[in-house]
Design a protein around this ligand. Structure first.
Ligand code: ADP
Length: 398
């Protein structure tokens, strides 16, 4: 069965077409500037040329139609016609407390995703738009929703509750939800395979470090805690997000700058993190370069990130009363060996011994700890699209 995976943003749409008989990637691509003018980059994986041109996309429906056109075209295509596509899997950011697993989308599921809009006002509306656009173009082809929050629904109350008046939880659903769940689920499963142990017997800490970053404590294959919270701003300092700060700061800033709370919240989301501290960039490659050239604030931003990751790993080792393996993944986790080394300097007390030679090498799923390290250190490239396609296949075949 061939499955189209869709990750829809407010003005963008990422896609991958996978052949799930052998989990091979057939094509991938990105629509950008939807609703503005429109641009499609389509990359077939069968040797046909890349398409990289402006295409009018007044709405997501035209974007999906353009994707289908390229997937089935003689010049750029990878399938003969759209009837070969058996199902569509969608990344949906917020499933609230309603979804602890992926589901086939029907009217009731759409209503529930709609109900979660107040919890993710930037993301869920875009996901809904993507699903509706696919319904228009694909008709009755089954569609599946895979939620970023679902994996974290196993957290116990002591981990997901905030110590605020209880009514805010019961009436307004204020609690820790966590995000990047699809990634944490995938890399923890791969780590267990690499360690050749059943995941039920392992205590793992997964560090997803990209533009957005989060850490997850996974005991016996189940999430027991995670660093993002009610929204994806919480936890670690990120590319542009502040991570955990004293909650009194926004009010103090409003009073002393004359800015309103919306403006300050926007700054905490978009002008903070390593960008805010360094004044250089949200991109860790730029920070490394600037730090090497002597920029103290860029060096500080990197140090703050490494320190924050290490502190959270320590907290989760305590939460699980032990740890067997620590996983690094996503853009920074997979590629920035120096950042991994900086983090691991803090972790020797746990019995996690980095092998510098292994850490310097590139590749797929791999150990970067010394052979006799009590706690295994691993790099596992994440693959959220594959998880979405696997869930979609499993649900559609059921
Ligand atoms: P997103 O959260 O947008 O999915 P990614 O997982 O793609 O983000 O991670 C993006 C981050 O990864 C950027 O900050 C980028 O600098 C960093 N990154 C990518 N490649 C490298 C590299 N070779 N060395 C250091 N950092 C890298």
């Amino acid at each position: 069965m061939k499955i189209l995976v869709i990750n829809c943003g407010s003005s963008s749409l990422k896609y991958q077409l996978l052949d799930m008989d052998n989990e091979a990637l057939l094509a991938k691509g990105l629509c950008e500037r939807i609703g503005i003018d429109g641009h499609l980059k389509h990359q077939p994986q069968n040797g046909k040329p890349v398409f990289d041109e402006d295409v009018p996309m007044p709405t997501h429906t035209e974007a999906i139609a353009a994707v289908l056109d390229k997937l089935t075209s003689a010049e750029y295509g990878v399938v003969a016609d759209m009837s070969e596509i058996g199902a569509v899997g969608h990344r949906v950011v917020h499933g609230g407390e309603k979804f602890a697993a992926s589901v086939v989308i029907d009217d009731a599921v759409m209503a529930a995703i709609e109900e979660c809009v107040p919890l993710a006002p930037l993301h869920n509306p875009a996901n809904i738009t993507g699903i509706n656009a696919c319904k228009q173009v694909f008709g009755s082809v089954p569609q599946v929703a895979v939620f970023d929050t679902a994996f974290h629904q196993t957290m116990p109350g002591k981990a997901f509750m905030y110590a605020i008046p209880y009514e805010y939880y019961t009436d307004l659903k204020v609690r820790r939800y966590g995000f990047h769940g699809t990634s944490h689920r995938y890399v923890s499963g791969q780590a267990a395979k690499l360690m050749e142990k059943p995941i039920e017997e392992l205590k793992l800490i997964s560090c997803h470090m990209g533009n957005g970053s989060s850490i997850c404590a996974i005991d016996g294959g189940k999430c027991v805690d995670t660093s993002m919270g009610f929204t994806p701003i919480a936890g670690l300092p990120m590319g542009t997000r502040c991570g955990d700060i004293d909650v009194s700061i926004p009010d103090y800033l409003c009073q002393n700058t004359g800015k309103d709370v919306t403006t300050i919240t926007n700054e905490l989301n978009k002008k903070s993190g390593v960008l805010g501290v360094s004044g250089v960039s949200s991109d860790f490659r730029d920070l490394t370069k600037a730090a090497e050239e002597g920029n103290q604030r860029a060096a500080l931003a990197r140090d703050m990130f490494a320190y924050s990751v290490a502190k959270t790993v320590g907290a989760y080792a305590a939460a699980m009363n032990g740890v067997d393996g620590i996983i690094f993944t996503a853009g920074v986790g997979e590629n920035d060996a120096e950042m991994r080394a900086d983090i691991c300097q803090y972790l020797t007390y746990l019995g996690a011994e980095l092998c510098p030679g292994c850490n310097a090498k590139r590749g797929g799923d791999r150990f970067i700890s010394k052979q006799d390290s009590k706690v295994k250190l691993m790099v596992i490239p994440t693959n959220e699209e594959l998880v979405i396609a696997r869930d979609t296949k499993a649900l559609v075949e059921k």
